[in-house]
Design a protein around this ligand. Structure first.
Ligand SMILES: [Zn+2]
Ligand SMILES: [Zn+2]
Length: 187
């Protein structure tokens, strides 16, 4: 199901109304959708008076949009009313949330596990390593080259290492290498 989220300028009007309702004199606030946010529903930049909201997250839980917008607007209101030396989610912020009719919840409960693969992909290994013991020929396929004691003969650091892309084809190529091949590759 596709949901149509409100345009940023509509949300900006709502945020300004919230600030006015809290009796904040300066109600100027900028609201923007930011597609690069991953698991954060929204964030507020206090000095710039700017709010960023996550369209992917709020697209799957549009019912939470008013709460998230109020959460971030209350950060800006608390900053303008009470200054910078207050707890971000302390009593000032909480009382503004209650005044606007929201429970002062600090985190959202929108499922986010599937929004993490971008970060996971960056961490994924690019290479796989074949470690061959020169003494006994023991072979280990490893996600990272590890040295130390050979599991076959217990010799220390007598390894030759070959690397291939961390794919099925890369692993197969490494598996086919004989000790002679690996020695030849190392000159
Ligand atoms: Zn917050
Ligand atoms: Zn060995």
């Amino acid at each position: 199901m596709r949901v149509t989220l409100p345009a940023a300028d509509e949300l900006q009007r709502r945020a300004a109304e919230l600030l006015a309702g809290w009796r904040v004199r300066d109600t100027a606030v900028l609201v923007q959708w930011n597609e690069r946010l991953t698991t954060t529903a929204g964030r507020a930049f206090l000095r710039g008076g700017r709010i960023e909201l996550n369209p992917v997250l709020l697209g799957r839980a549009p019912d939470q949009l008013p709460m998230v917008l109020t959460h971030e607007a209350a950060h800006i209101a608390a900053f303008r009313l009470f200054g910078a030396n207050i707890q971000p989610h302390g009593r000032h912020w909480r009382s503004l949330m209650r005044l606007a009719g929201h429970e002062p919840a600090v985190t959202h409960d929108i499922p986010v596990d599937d929004l993490r693969p971008a970060a996971k992909a960056r961490r994924r290994r690019r290479y796989v390593y074949l470690r061959v013991c020169e003494r006994c020929g023991d072979r280990q396929l490893q996600p990272a080259p590890r040295y130390g004691r050979c599991v076959g003969c217990e010799a220390r650091d007598s390894f030759l290492v070959m690397k291939a892309p961390a794919t099925a084809a890369g692993e197969a190529a490494l598996s086919r290498l004989t000790l002679a091949d690996v020695r030849a590759a190392h000159g």
